[in-house]
Write a protein that binds this ligand. Structure first.
Ligand code: ATP
Ligand code: ZN
Length: 210
């Protein structure tokens, strides 16, 4: 018999809620400890625990049939996958932020300025749409400290409460995208019976929460 694979984040902001959602669907499995794959005992499904950045490509390439990942990561990796269901957790916004004591007042003021980000693809599209010509500095983390270090004039980073911005002397300036966790599948498989069964279960869990 066929077994589906679903990729979820192995640790981080989406892990706990992803596990909880699947357990609430009545799926029985061991939580991630040291093994990358956990079989579900009462449904033909295996859970793959991965870095979130790898999930969109695994799903696009069919290594996993399904995935739970932030919309921001899907957009940044530019994969072609089917969006099956918004999941209502992992909500955040990708924002441009600038230092508090700063002369940047309008989007146009970002022309010629350096913006540090871990989301160069999304930021580039946003700036192109707005006709703004900034220098994008791609860094791999701790984006919020880069203006203080003189590495950039502004940043583009994920924000949920805004606390991290504040404690680094930054203020939100422009919204680039809003994001939440999404259930994705590889294109063409959306109507598979087992996938449909799982979507039904997920939707009834989400409805019960409303
Ligand atoms: P991994 O080790 O899997 O690569 P990560 O460090 O890249 O993890 P996390 O910080 O765990 O990622 O965030 C996972 C996702 O949670 C983000 O891609 C985003 O969709 C969502 N998220 C929700 N709120 C926030 C926030 N305040 N900051 C960052 N991500 C957030
Ligand atoms: Zn990541």
């Amino acid at each position: 018999m066929k077994t589906l694979k679903i990729a979820i984040q192995k640790s981080g902001r989406l892990n706990e809620k992803s596990v909880e959602l699947l357990k609430n669907c009545g799926l029985n499995f061991e939580n991630y400890k040291s093994s990358l794959i956990s079989p579900v005992s009462n449904f033909p499904l295996e859970i793959l625990f991965l870095r979130d950045d790898d999930i969109p490509e695994y799903v696009q390439d069919g290594i996993a049939d399904l995935g739970i990942v932030g919309e921001n990561v899907i957009e940044e990796t530019e994969v072609d996958v089917a969006y099956l269901q918004r999941l209502g957790f992992g909500k955040c916004s990708l924002k441009i932020a600038v230092p508090n004591n700063n002369s940047i007042a309008t989007l146009e003021d970002l022309n010629g300025k350096a913006i540090a980000t871990t989301y160069p693809v999304i930021l580039k599209k946003f700036l192109e749409e707005k006709g703004i010509n900034s220098e994008i500095r791609t860094i791999s983390g701790s984006v919020e400290i880069s203006p203080g270090l003189g590495l950039s004039d502004a940043i583009c980073d994920l924000v949920s409460t805004g606390g991290t911005l504040k404690s680094n002397g930054l203020k939100p300036f422009a919204d680039v995208m809003s994001s939440e966790a999404i259930l994705i599948s590889n294109k063409g498989n959306e109507n598979d019976d087992l996938i449909q069964e799982l979507i039904q279960r997920i939707q009834s869990v989400l409805r019960a929460k409303e």
